[in-house]
Write a new protein. Structure first.
Length: 448
């Protein structure tokens, strides 16, 4: 009898262990990430390739298992850039948290795709996501043309669906926001399992995330919040400068100025003006490259301008040297590594940090002093305007009409027409020499 009771108890224990085994295995397969530090980063404005490189720069410097909250307020942007960000998030060992914040923000089009690809997705009250139909922008007119070609539309929709499914989110919305430009507010997005949380602040969001199970590179982890310190990461100066240079306003200024200088140079036969305009258009093209290539390209163009000035014997009184030095300084700035203290602290020890910063300061300071010296030397020299625009003594031109001694007529000098007083009788077609220039009127005589 006693043996039978023991056997029954053993059987019950075996049955209980069998029932609990999946739970035990599941618990054992889950790691724990104790979160004592949370980093935040703002994704504001249009999504460009520079946005991708900024985020990659941040994520590459964060330790595995770090929590990065990305504040989002974006109308979308380049599809290729958004796809690169999705790939970055899906393969990263960092826990990415997309947070459409603050109230009144939005993450449309490519911004929605980025949000769907984050490890944890959240929205603040009064925010919106959606409107994901791809748009093609005419570079000349700026007109937006909605893409309706099935081949492209289906491919984009499928990628949205895969991004949502990878994070266990609503795939129906992912497709609908592409095909139908569907939009959702925070409560709707939470109800339909598009996002994980609705929170009014970062503190509330972190509190909600306590105990959340996240999947990082195929491994499940439970987030345990231990009063984390929130650190705002700012873009390094190189990316801030590149963002400014890539802005639509700056691009318009550079392109218009470049075209105007080329036209002015061609119409007035001033090859240097046209050359500077062409350089500006080259700079504009370089600004479409990744930041490191753009920085290197600007330094090469700057060095070529300086070499050309030296080779020409200083005909422009150091102007090309000054422009070249500025381009080199900008290119060097774009190549400088991150200078954001929180990010530096993650990668370098204090001694190394000081060496890097002091070296950068010394290098940029020396280059800046050299540029100032060149500009000062150019200012002290004869004004460039008198060389490029005004006829100086000794220049040769052609009379366009007969001019009697002491009378005024028209002569052509370096492709431009000037009022001229003849110091001797001059016939139409005669070659003339400039004697002097006063008050927009020149005095000429026959060239010998």
């Amino acid at each position: 009898m006693i043996v039978w009771v023991k056997m029954r108890m053993l059987l019950l224990v075996l049955i209980a262990f069998t029932l609990m085994l999946p739970m035990i295995v599941h618990a054992a397969s889950n790691g724990v990430i104790k979160v004592t530090q949370v980093y935040t980063y703002s994704l504001n404005g249009e999504i460009t390739e520079n946005t991708y490189y900024e985020l990659k720069s941040v994520i590459d410097q964060l330790p595995p298992g770090s929590v990065l909250v990305i504040y989002m307020k974006t109308p979308g942007g380049l599809l290729d850039a958004a796809l690169n960000i999705v790939s970055l998030f899906e393969t990263s060992s960092v826990v990415t948290v997309g947070f459409v914040y603050p109230t009144g923000s939005y993450a449309w089009s490519g911004g929605t795709l980025v949000l769907l690809s984050t490890t944890v997705a959240a929205m603040a009250p009064g925010t919106v996501i959606g409107s994901c139909q791809p748009v093609e922008i005419n570079e000349v007119t700026g007109q937006e043309i909605f893409i309706t070609e099935p081949k492209i539309l289906n491919a984009v929709a499928k990628y949205f669906v895969e991004a949502a499914e990878f994070r266990g989110r609503n795939t129906t919305f992912a497709a609908s926001c592409v095909y139908n430009d569907t939009n959702l507010g925070p409560e709707e997005a939470l109800k339909y399992h598009v996002i994980n949380y609705v929170a009014s602040s970062i503190d509330q969001l972190l509190s909600m995330m306590n105990g959340t199970v996240v999947n990082v590179n195929g491994v499940n982890y439970t987030l345990v919040m231990e009063n984390p310190v929130v650190t705002q990461l700012t873009p390094p100066i190189s990316y801030q400068l590149y963002d400014a240079l890539q802005s639509s306003v700056m691009e318009n200024i550079i392109s218009i100025l470049g075209v105007l200088l080329i036209l002015a140079g061609l119409l007035t036969a001033h090859v240097y003006l046209a050359g500077i305009g062409a350089v500006l258009l080259v700079v504009l093209a370089l600004l479409g490259l990744p930041i490191n290539y753009a920085g290197l390209g600007l330094m090469v163009v700057g060095a070529l301008l300086m070499a050309f000035e030296w080779h020409s014997g200083g005909k422009l009184h150091g102007v090309l040297i000054a422009v070249g030095a500025v381009l080199i300084a900008v290119g060097l700035t774009l190549l400088i590594p991150n200078v954001s203290p929180p990010q530096y602290a993650l990668k370098y020890n204090p001694t190394t940090l000081r060496v890097i910063l002091y070296s950068e300061i010394a290098g940029i300071g020396g280059l800046s002093a050299w540029i100032v010296m060149l500009i000062a030397r150019a200012i002290r020299a004869k004004p460039i305007s008198t060389v490029m625009y005004y006829p100086t003594a000794g220049l040769i031109g052609v009379a366009t009409e007969d001019i009697k001694t002491g009378q005024m007529g028209i002569v052509k000098i370096r492709g431009e027409y000037w009022k001229a007083i003849a110091l001797e009788d001059i016939k139409e077609g005669d070659r003339v020499t400039v004697v002097s220039y006063e008050g927009n009127i020149i005095k000429v005589r026959k060239a010998t």
